[in-house]
Design a protein around this ligand. Structure first.
Ligand code: CMP
Length: 140
């Protein structure tokens, strides 16, 4: 398996409930290393651009509102097979389908307020990392 980097967002619903530490611990216990981390208030333009692929979906407006409602924590995670590993640790998008022990099973409130986002493929991981981090912020 290759050493990979992937992008993660701890969403407003989880940050508001003081779950940053518990969620980062899940990633670390799975063997992922945090090589960049920052807390930001996402702007509407940033959220709309980040989720542009979902622009035509019925949930787009609500998704943007939820992402800008309060601060998020952005991370770059590194490890062997990091992209898939991150997705395994997160669990299914809809918490109703998430496996026991996953972040979304334990913490998500709904499909919209599902506590975390993670890149789904190498191309999106690279794009999403670049969207929020400059190269000199990545400290591997
Ligand atoms: P995320 O991994 O951040 O990618 C897009 C987000 O849209 C997703 O997690 C959910 O929080 C949100 N969303 C809301 N409704 C849906 C839906 N019906 N299907 C997929 N994603 C949804």
């Amino acid at each position: 398996m290759a050493l990979e980097r992937t992008f993660s967002i701890i969403k407003p619903d989880a940050v508001r409930r003081n779950l940053i530490g518990k969620i980062v611990t899940k990633f670390e216990e799975a063997g992922l290393t945090v090589i960049a981390l920052k807390k930001i208030q996402m702007t509407r333009a940033q959220a709309e651009g980040f989720y542009a692929v979902h622009k035509e979906r019925p949930f787009f407006g609500e998704l943007v509102e939820q992402m800008i409602a309060s601060p998020v924590v952005l991370q770059v995670l590194e490890g062997e097979g990091a992209i898939l590993k991150n997705r395994e640790v997160m669990g299914a998008t809809n918490p109703a389908n998430a496996v026991e022990g996953t972040i979304r099973k334990e913490f998500a409130l709904s499909i919209g307020e599902n506590s975390v986002h993670g890149s789904d493929a190498p191309e999106t991981a690279a794009e999403e990392i670049k969207y929020f981090f400059s190269d000199d912020e990545l400290v591997g």
